[in-house]
Design a protein around this ligand. Structure first.
Ligand code: DWN
Length: 393
C-alpha cells in the first residue's frame, strides 16, 4: 500500500453551497479524509466530490474581493512583463479576471468552468472558455489561438482531480520557450501552521514542491524557479519550463527541496503527528468558544471563507456559537454557511462595539482586516483565530 489515510475531518458539505434557506432538506455531505502517497509524496483527498457539484454557475468566490489580492496580481503582472515580456497569455482558472485584466493589451485568454465568472471576464474583453481544463480543451484553445508563451494558474491546478492530465494539457499548449507558473497553497505552511482548513472539497490536493517535482519527472516539464508567498496563508509560486528550454535553474529549487526533506515532508510520521495537532487545535478552539459563550459574549465571524467551512463543520460551530458572518462577497450575502447554517450579511463600514469577539474566517487576510478594523481594535474589540494555534488576539 503506497497511500495511507492520516486525517479524518468528518462529514463536510460542499463549501460553495451557500444556502438560500437556513435549514434545507437534503443538504449534500461527504466524508473528508486526507491521505499521503509514500511513492509520489502527494497529499490528496481520499474521496473526490464530482467537479460539477462544486464549480458551476453559482460559484460565489470572487478573487477581486480583497485589496491584498488585487495588489498582489497587479504586482505579479508587472514582474511577468519585466522578466518574460510574453506576447500571449492564458490563465487556467481565471475567476473574475483580477489577474488577466492587467494584460488586455495582448489579448489574454481565460479558462473558467464557472459560467457566472466566465460571463464577467467575457464582458471585460477577456475571451474565456467556460469549460473544465483537460487535454481536449487544450486542443481546442490551441486550435483557436495557437500556443502560449505564458500560462498562469493560481489556486486551480490543486482543484483539478485528474492532475496528470491537467499538466499534460499545459505541456500541450505551451510554446517551447514558454513559461508555466503554478501557484497554490504550500503544504509545508499548512503543516507548520496547523491550517487544516486548507483541506476541503475543492482542494483535491495540497502541494509540496517535492510532490510537484516528482510529478514533473514523468513529463517534458521541470521547475526552474520558486517564490514563497504570504498569500492564502503561505503559497508557492512555481515557475516551470520545458526540459529542452535552456533557461537557468535557480538554486532556490534544490534548497527548497532540501528544506522540505529536512522538515520530513516525505515521511508518513510527519502527517501522523500533524493529525494529532489538528485534534488538539479543534479541542482548544472549542474550549475558547465554550468559555466565551458561557459568559454570554456576542461572537460573530469575519469572512465566510470556503476554508472556514472545514473548521466550522469539524468543530461543530453553528449559529449558536457564531451569531452571523460578515462578508463583502455579494453572492454570499443573505445566505447561510454550508452545513453549519450561520447567516451571512453585508458588513457595515466598520465593526460595531457591541460585538465582543470576531472569529477570523479570513485569517489569511488578517493584516488587511486589522487595518480596516483599527477603531474596533482600539476600543478593545478582540478576534479569535485558530492559526497557528487557537487564541484570542
Ligand atoms: O482556492 C480557493 C481560494 C483562493 O478562494 C478557492 N477554492 C475558494 C476560495 O477560498 P476561500 O473562501 O477560503 O478564499 P479567501 O480568499 O480566503 O476568502 C476571503 C473571504 O473573505 C471572501 O469571501 C471575501 C471576505 N473578506 C471580507 O469579507 N472582508 C475578505 C476581506 C479581506 C475583507 O476585508
Amino acid at each position: 500500500m503506497t497511500t495511507t489515510v492520516f486525517l479524518d475531518l468528518g462529514k463536510q458539505p460542499i463549501t460553495n453551497n451557500f444556502l438560500k434557506i437556513q435549514n434545507p432538506p437534503n443538504e449534500f455531505f461527504y466524508n473528508l479524509k486526507i491521505m499521503f502517497n509514500e511513492e509520489t509524496k502527494l497529499v490528496s483527498l481520499v474521496d473526490f466530490v464530482p467537479p460539477e457539484k462544486m464549480f458551476n454557475e453559482t460559484y460565489a468566490h470572487r478573487a477581486s474581493m480583497s485589496l491584498t489580492m488585487r495588489e498582489a496580481y497587479k504586482e505579479l503582472s508587472l514582474k511577468i512583463k519585466d522578466r518574460f515580456n510574453p506576447k500571449s497569455i492564458l490563465e487556467i482558472g481565471s475567476n473574475d479576471g483580477v489577474f488577466l485584466k492587467n494584460f488586455l493589451d495582448i489579448g489574454p485568454i481565460g479558462v473558467e468552468p464557472c459560467k457566472n465568472l466566465a460571463e464577467i471576464t467575457n464582458s471585460m474583453n477577456i475571451k474565456t472558455y467556460a469549460n473544465f481544463w483537460n487535454i481536449s480543451l487544450s486542443n481546442k484553445v490551441s486550435n483557436d489561438n495557437g500556443k502560449f508563451e505564458f500560462i498562469y494558474s493560481a489556486n486551480t491546478i490543486s482543484h483539478i482531480q485528474n492532475l496528470e492530465e491537467a499538466i499534460s494539457a499545459v505541456d500541450n499548449i505551451l510554446t517551447d520557450n514558454g513559461v508555466f507558473v503554478l501557484e497554490d497553497p504550500s503544504l509545508l505552511e499548512v503543516l507548520k501552521n496547523i491550517s487544516y482548513d486548507q483541506f476541503y472539497d475543492e482542494h483535491a490536493y495540497v502541494f509540496s514542491v517535492t510532490a510537484i517535482n516528482n510529478l514533473l519527472k514523468r513529463t517534458e516539464l521541470e521547475i526552474f524557479d520558486i517564490e514563497k508567498l504570504t498569500t492564502h496563508g503561505g503559497s508557492n509560486r512555481i515557475y516551470i519550463k520545458k526540459k529542452k528550454n535552456k533557461l537557468n535553474t535557480s538554486k532556490i529549487v534544490s534548497s527548497t527541496l532540501k528544506f522540505e526533506e529536512d522538515f520530513g515532508i516525505d515521511k508518513l510520521e510527519t502527517y501522523q503527528k500533524f493529525a494529532k495537532s489538528v485534534e488538539k487545535s479543534k479541542n482548544d478552539l472549542c474550549s475558547i468558544f465554550q468559555n466565551l459563550k458561557s459568559k454570554n459574549n456576542k461572537i460573530i465571524g469575519y469572512g465566510a471563507t470556503y476554508k472556514s467551512s472545514t473548521i466550522l463543520n469539524y468543530c461543530g460551530l453553528n449559529s449558536e456559537c457564531i451569531e452571523y458572518f460578515v462578508d463583502t462577497t455579494k453572492n454570499k450575502q443573505g445566505k447561510f454557511t454550508p452545513g453549519t447554517h450561520i447567516p451571512i450579511i453585508k458588513p457595515d463600514n466598520y465593526l460595531k462595539n457591541d460585538i465582543n469577539f470576531v472569529f477570523l474566517g479570513a485569517w489569511n487576510f488578517k493584516n488587511e482586516i486589522f487595518n480596516k478594523e483599527k477603531k474596533y481594535i482600539d476600543n478593545g474589540g478582540k478576534f479569535i483565530t485558530h492559526v497557528p494555534f487557537p487564541q484570542i488576539i
